[in-house]
Ligand binder design. Structure first.
Ligand SMILES: [Zn+2]
Length: 312
């Protein structure tokens, strides 16, 4: 029904004085708009999914591949008007030295201190033979952070500064071990330790594999307790309890390098992907397994957690 039709319709049903009818019409519109206003408060998961789709379209992006260079260029182009640092380094890997590149996008805040929100963006070198695009594993959370950036841009934030970090080299080059994995985060944590910025980081949050349509984020057992509690509270506020922390497990991931250096850190990860985890690190990890709804949940919860950290 068009607004005009409704104006005509209301007085006919309730034959009241014109003034009252107008008031009722107004009330009617307000009631109609109320749910829209509530919806507008949700994070735009569709936008995050669209970014993820663009990123996946690059194809596989394993270290040393042409796709990796394209992924770098994609991030460089996207954040060209932002305060972005390209953190380049050479990783010593089982296949020899490999050039890697983290991207750090900084959004300034009024409070002294930093909240880091991070993901990894590359795909697995060992999976270069199977056209692995990591739609959930790497791309979904890259899209998520890009959509979050859209909410942070163009103003000085009231709370702490926010750094969005896109790590390179999370995946093992050969076989996962402490020395063959998480190259980007280990490099950046060490660098922040040397230049003194580590002490400014109030909280480090990692997003990994949480574009999964069937979202069940586990409680990573080494993650910092108060940060886990804040994420749980944020999820509860939106009625998302069932998606969070129904199971728990220790997971080795990009948060450990920061956690081990005393930075409060959490890995927000869903390591149960597909039936019996059958989509994880397989050619099944494609965009049809990722949903805008899950990314809306993620965005809502991260932004709410950031608010809570700022009030802490
Ligand atoms: Zn992975």
């Amino acid at each position: 029904m068009s607004p005009l039709a409704m104006r005509n319709w209301v007085p006919q049903v309730w034959p009241l004085r014109p003034g009252k009818a107008r008031n009722l019409t107004l009330l009617f519109f307000l009631l109609l708009l109320a749910p829209l206003t509530l919806c507008a408060q949700h994070f735009n998961g569709d936008k995050a999914l669209n970014y993820a789709r663009e990123f996946v379209a690059i194809g596989p992006r394993w270290p040393t591949s042409p796709g990796h260079l394209k992924a770098e260029q994609f991030l460089r182009d996207h954040f060209k008007h932002d305060n972005v640092e390209e953190d380049t380094f050479t990783a010593n890997t089982p296949i020899g030295p490999v050039a890697m590149r983290n991207f750090i996008v900084r959004f300034p805040g009024k409070k002294d201190g930093v909240i880091v929100l991070s993901t990894h963006y590359e795909t697995n070198y060992p999976l270069r033979t199977i056209n692995f695009v990591g739609a959930n594993d790497g791309a979904s959370t890259t899209g998520l952070l890009m959509a979050i950036a859209d909410q942070l841009r163009g103003k000085t934030l009231d709370g702490y500064s926010i750094w969005l970090v896109f790590f390179d080299g999370e995946e093992a080059i050969q076989t996962w071990s402490a020395s063959d994995s998480t190259y980007g985060s280990r490099h950046l944590a060490a660098k922040c330790g040397r230049d003194g910025t580590l002490g400014k980081i109030k909280a480090f949050m990692l997003a990994d594999m949480i574009g999964d349509k069937d979202l069940d984020i586990e409680r990573e057992t080494r993650s910092t307790g108060w940060l886990v509690d804040l994420v749980r509270q944020a999820a509860h506020k939106y009625g998302y309890d069932r998606y969070f922390f129904q199971t728990e497990e220790a997971v080795e991931d990009d948060h450990l390098a920061f956690l081990d250096r005393g930075v409060p850190s959490i890995d927000v990860i869903d390591l149960d992907y597909g039936p019996n985890n059958s989509y994880h690190h397989t050619a099944q990890d494609t965009l049809d397994k990722v949903s805008a709804h899950s990314l809306t949940i993620d965005g809502d919860v991260f932004l709410e957690t950031i608010k809570e950290i700022n009030q802490r």
